[in-house]
Design a binder for this molecule. Structure first.
Ligand code: ADP
Ligand code: ZN
Ligand code: ZN
Length: 746
């Protein structure tokens, strides 16, 4: 007697363990228990959700438990996508089930349930699927009607439309449920519940746009991309084009080519809600369906977009970093716009970098990957020299527009926030009917209060930072934990009433500019003025429809915007980001300044820029001001080589935090000791730095320490970190986080 062979599957169970589990599939479920589906499984005494990775051969099912239920009717992922997620789990040393959970849109994940009951209902009901009632006319004999009655008019509209959502009828006729019931009873119309997608674009109308005739450099770049698209092989490009050189136009035409070939396109951007213009340009250019994915969507909207993509109903996906997980098939091209942006790195949970993962996914999908930037990462430029990325260059702005002229104003010993030169330039610009941007890097240099008697600054009791003074709110606020105190109040150290303002925030600049230019229409854009939904758009719109003369803002205004009316850009404190305790501070400063400078003179008239700074001779500032990317790259690369930082080393950081300082300190010390021991044991070439106090030593009431690992090979780094993970015991009092390729060093 032979029993039929049993089916064994590999399942990533939703627990934070970096291993997978085997289960047995009861005969009745075999057909549906395939890779990409979620399952409900027994796990210890609990029942949990898991993700099927595939069937396994050659394993005895004797000791295995049965799965309880297959949860999805269609697979969530293709085998290709599952391979991608396995790669991610192994690279970031993160549990696969957690990777899969991160890759799913919020709202789709089931909580673990005590019993299997309710599970079916929950999936079928699809909590977040939106349904709408539609009405359709039914063919039949013409009934007797009361001409002019509401019901009769409704019937005409339904017949005319052929098919109409109930919401539209209500908008037109007001409350009309009873009439619709009556019409349905008479068999004249039929109601139907249908699944609909929420529309994240709103009702904004879009004007059609056609491809531009390319200038020579654009045409060369496009030619190279297209010939690789035709080969259908993985080819990674770095599109290095100065601001306003027409990179987006190259993306658009390359994507058009991929679509023609029947492939799809994935476009990653730093933050969509900050760059609505880019999405608009895509919608204006393509008739093909576009899906967008970013953090500004509601859970429902995101889930809808995800399903549209999974079902092959979107040809182009545009999204922020999480879009790198989009369930898009047949990807012909992946574009990463502004590849240098730090926001491609996820700051908690699975700390992936979407720019890096775009290359991995491109390799797996055999797609062309285009990383675009006016200020590429040092590591990208280095990769070009190593032959790992193919360089495409757009050295000029389109239509022969000149790069702006830049003047540096040294600010040592100057009391005013807005220099005489900048004030004069602003007056001239407004007199000519043109617009200006005034940029302020607030990080680490905000307005804060200092006691005039004892000299103590007003600091946060929970975090090691000064509180930022907000004049309008009459409060001092911590930008990390939101702790707020009425201000200006008394000095907590000596009870003096002599609290003085120091530093310059956006609010202070706005205040000064209003005094200097009483007739100017000034708007301010920072996290205080943009917390409401759509507020970004409204502020940006005032610049594009030219009802505003001057836009003051933080980093938010430095990026991607294209305001043809802006001919002057003022930078208040060009050196602020240099003071960050981070090996990338020069690179960031150079990028930020170059980007801000690039906002000037993008239209008909040439632009000029005034950079105020306390550090006019620093190479990051000098090279940004001189539009000199090549020299900056040389100098910065030399610094990285000498100091042993990427691209000459591979980094991982371990952070420890907790409310009891001593516990954090001991735990970090203990970890460092065991790391040193393992390093010796395995003979690894790794530098173990720290534990040191994190630059933000206290954050939201927690003390923070960190260890930085610097390795010459990725293998050594992996070996050490995974051994540490395998041997450590979790601590009840200290939270530990691992960050592979850390970007935030604070
Ligand atoms: P980038 O993405 O490099 O900053 P954009 O693609 O936004 O540059 O181009 C800057 C401006 O020039 C946009 O207004 C764009 O429509 C326009 N533009 C781009 N390419 C061309 C071209 N070949 N001919 C005319 N205008 C162009
Ligand atoms: Zn005091
Ligand atoms: Zn705080």
């Amino acid at each position: 007697m032979s029993t039929p062979p049993s089916t064994v599957i590999e399942v990533a169970v939703a627990v934070p363990l970096d291993r997978t589990f085997h289960y047995l599939v009861p005969p009745g479920m075999v057909e549906r228990a395939v890779a990409g589906h979620r399952v409900f499984v027994p796990f210890g005494h609990r029942r949990l959700t898991g993700y099927i990775l595939g069937t396994v051969e050659g394993i005895s099912g004797d000791k295995l438990k049965d799965i309880i239920e297959v949860l999805d009717s269609d697979p969530l992922w293709t085998p290709n996508e599952l391979d991608f997620f396995r790669w991610i789990a192994s690279y970031y040393l993160y549990p696969l089930s957690e990777v899969l959970k991160t890759a799913l849109p919020a709202g789709i994940n089931l909580q673990s349930k005590k019993g299997a009951q309710g599970v079916n209902g929950e999936i079928a009901g699809g909590r977040s699927i939106k349904r709408e009632r539609f009405y359709r006319p039914v063919d039949g004999p013409e009934p007797q009607r009361q001409p002019g009655s509401k019901a009769s008019e409704i019937l005409d509209v339904i017949r005319e439309a052929g098919d109409i959502p109930a919401g539209d009828l209500r908008r037109r006729f007001g409350q009309c449920t009873s009439q619709l019931h009556r019409l349905a009873e008479l068999g004249l119309v039929q109601a139907e519940e249908r699944e609909v997608y929420r529309n994240p674009f709103g009702e904004e109308p879009i004007e059609r746009d056609t491809p531009r005739a390319l200038i020579r450099h654009q045409a060369d770049a496009l030619g190279s991309i297209i010939s690789e698209l035709d080969q259908r092989l993985f080819t990674p490009f770095l599109l290095h084009g100065v601001t306003g050189s027409g990179k987006t136009e190259v993306y658009l035409q390359a994507i058009a080519h991929a679509l023609q070939q029947g492939s799809n396109a994935l476009v990653l951007v730093p933050e969509i809600s900050l760059t609505p213009q880019l999405v608009r340009r895509f919608r204006a250019r393509f008739d093909d369906p576009i899906a967008i994915l970013h953090s500004g969507l509601s859970d429902g909207e995101r889930y809808d977009e995800w399903r549209r993509i999974r079902r092959g109903q979107a040809r182009i996906v545009i999204g922020a970093r999480s879009a790198v997980f989009a369930p898009l098939e047949r990807i012909g091209i992946i574009v990463v716009d502004e590849e240098h942006e730090a926001s491609f790195k996820q700051a908690d949970g699975l700390r992936y970098n979407a720019r890096d993962l775009a290359l991995v996914r491109g390799q797996m999908e055999k797609s062309v990957v285009v990383l675009g930037s006016a200020t590429p990462l040092i590591t990208s430029l280095h990769a070009v020299e190593q032959g790992k990325l193919t360089l495409l260059t757009l050295p000029e702005r389109v239509e022969g527009r000149p790069m702006p002229t830049v003047a540096v104003v040294p600010m040592q010993g100057i009391k005013e926030t807005v220099s005489h030169q900048l004030a004069l330039a602003l007056q001239e610009t407004l007199a000519a009917g043109e617009q200006a941007l005034v940029f302020l890097n607030r990080r680490g240099f905000a307005t804060f209060l200092v006691c005039g008697d004892c000299g103590e600054p007003l600091t946060c009791p929970n975090c090691s930072v000064t509180l930022t003074f907000h004049r309008q709110r009459r409060q001092s606020v911590c930008h990390y934990c939101d702790h707020a105190v009425p201000s200006p109040g008394v000095c907590p150290a000596c009870n003096s009433f002599e609290m003085k303002e120091l530093g310059a925030g956006t609010e202070r600049v706005e205040h000064e500019l209003r005094e200097l230019l009483p007739d100017a229409a000034i708007v301010r854009m920072d996290s205080d003025t943009t917390s409401g939904k759509g507020s970004h758009n409204r502020l940006l719109k005032r610049m594009s429809d030219r009802t505003a003369d001057i836009l003051i803002g933080t980093q938010m205004i430095a990026k991607g915007h294209d305001f043809p009316g802006v001919t002057l850009v003022g930078v208040i404190n060009g050196e602020a980001s240099l003071n960050m305790p981070d090996f990338r501070s020069s690179e960031r400063t150079f990028q930020l300044l170059s980007q801000v400078i690039g906002r000037a003179g993008r239209g008909e008239f040439p632009g000029r820029v005034i950079v105020q700074t306390l550090n006019p001779s620093h190479y990051a500032i000098q090279n940004a001001v001189g539009h000199n990317g090549a020299d900056f790259f040389r100098q910065e690369l030399e610094f990285r080589r000498e100091a042993g930082y990427p691209p000459f080393a591979f980094l991982a950081s371990l952070s420890f935090s907790g409310v009891v300082e001593k516990c954090v300190e001991e735990r970090a010390e203990e970890t460092a000791r065991s790391l040193h021991a393992m390093k010796k044991e395995f003979r690894l070439r790794i530098e173990i730095l720290g534990p040191a106090m994190a630059p933000l030593y206290r954050l939201r009431g927690r003390f923070r320490r960190q260890i930085l690992l610097k390795a010459l090979t990725r293998n050594d780094l992996r070996r050490l970190v995974s051994s540490w993970q395998a041997r450590r015991e979790t601590s009840a009092t200290v939270r530990e986080t691992l960050d592979i390729d850390p970007v935030d060093m604070m």
